[in-house]
Design a protein around this ligand. Structure first.
Ligand SMILES: [Ca+2]
Length: 341
């Protein structure tokens, strides 16, 4: 005598009236809830196989209970999300009269954003048919400028006056080494807003009794990458190498370039509740973005304070081919309650 559970796992008949959709198709295996049946000790493989089958191939409670006749509807959604962005930088350089410096880096920062999406009718009449979706994202970053290369501490130049007795007359020449703002650097900042567009498919699958929307997508992202080059210098001009009088110069340049990226994304969403016409879900989302643009160059120059010459500085910045986003969010979908005829 074969146990009923095994018959069900094998896709057999009679799943039980409580699990059968109102307009069910008897030829299809049904819900993953069937897996709750007692599992024979010697059929763990069968249990796993059944689980995989349930996850991959069975029509789901999502279809039967929450999508139902709305399978043919368009559904508008609004999401808020928070994520971590990781941008590996292959190389950044800065070169000036101070010398040439190079570094690589991993830039990591947080972002928050909102999305709006439109989910289309199911593709086909099969009850596991996915639904296509289109999503638009706008995100802002918590990103200060990262000094990818940093030689000393370039910035506003300040020449301290050594006047210990406070009579307004310098007591001694200022040592060059005490002047603030000397150095050179390359800084990077990804500018807001970051704009994203995605097309994908939404498969509502039942995994471990939970309706999980598995949403693979193709992502496109646009943003501007701003690179800063900076150099501050001071040199003695009276023949003594360590003490002023000095000439100083500070050169700063910025350039930003549009960066486009394409790549795969994956979102897993679980329906979490309902508020009137709104259905809420929570999701995790990850994307890998292939950079179509990777390089920014910028140069700047400034005259020395005694107009005896020019300080030149130039920076180059090259991102790695791929960067990554991972985050969580909540989505509200405009989805009227199903009205049964
Ligand atoms: Ca003095």
């Amino acid at each position: 005598m074969v146990r009923p559970e095994l018959i069900r796992l094998a896709g057999g008949a009679n799943p039980g009236p409580d699990l059968r959709p109102a307009s069910g198709n008897d030829s299809l295996p049904t819900s993953g809830r069937l897996l709750r049946g007692r599992t024979p000790r010697n059929s763990r493989f069968g249990w796993l196989f059944g689980l995989a089958l349930a996850a991959i191939a069975t029509p789901t409670l999502a279809n039967a209970e929450t999508l139902g006749e709305s399978d043919s509807n368009w559904v508008l959604g609004l999401s808020a999300f928070a994520a971590v962005r990781a941008i590996p930088v292959d190389s950044a350089t800065v070169a000036s009269q101070r010398g040439a410096f190079e570094a690589e880096s991993n830039r990591v920062f947080g972002l928050v954003g909102i999305s709006t999406d439109l989910v289309g009718p199911a593709l086909g009449t099969h009850r596991v048919s996915p639904r296509p979706f289109l999503r638009i994202d706008v995100a802002t970053f918590f990103d200060e400028e990262d000094r990818i290369v940093n030689d000393d501490a370039p910035g506003a130049i300040h020449v301290p006056v050594i006047d210990n007795n406070g009579d307004g007359t310098p007591d001694a020449p200022t040592p060059v080494a005490t002047i603030q703002g000397l150095g050179s650097a390359t800084g990077a900042r990804t500018e807001i807003p970051s704009l994203g567009l995605a097309i994908g498919l939404d498969w509502p699958l039942t995994i471990l009794d939970e309706v999980v929307h598995v949403k693979p997508s193709l992502e496109w992202r646009y943003e501007r990458e701003r690179i800063t080059t900076i150099a501050g210098m001071a040199e003695s001009i009276d023949g003594s190498p360590d003490d002023c009088p000095c000439r100083t110069a500070l050169a700063i340049g910025r350039n930003s370039e549009p960066f486009h990226a394409l790549g795969p994304g994956l979102e897993l969403a679980i329906e979490s509740g309902r508020l009137g016409f709104l259905e809420s879900s929570v999701f995790v989302r990850a994307q890998a973005l292939y950079q179509l643009d990777r390089r920014v160059q910028v140069s700047a120059s400034a005259p020395f304070s005694d107009v005896s010459g020019i300080l030149d500085v130039a920076s180059r910045y090259t991102r790695s081919r791929w960067d990554y986003v991972a985050g969580v969010g909540i989505r509200l979908a405009l989805k009227p309650r199903e009205r049964r005829p």
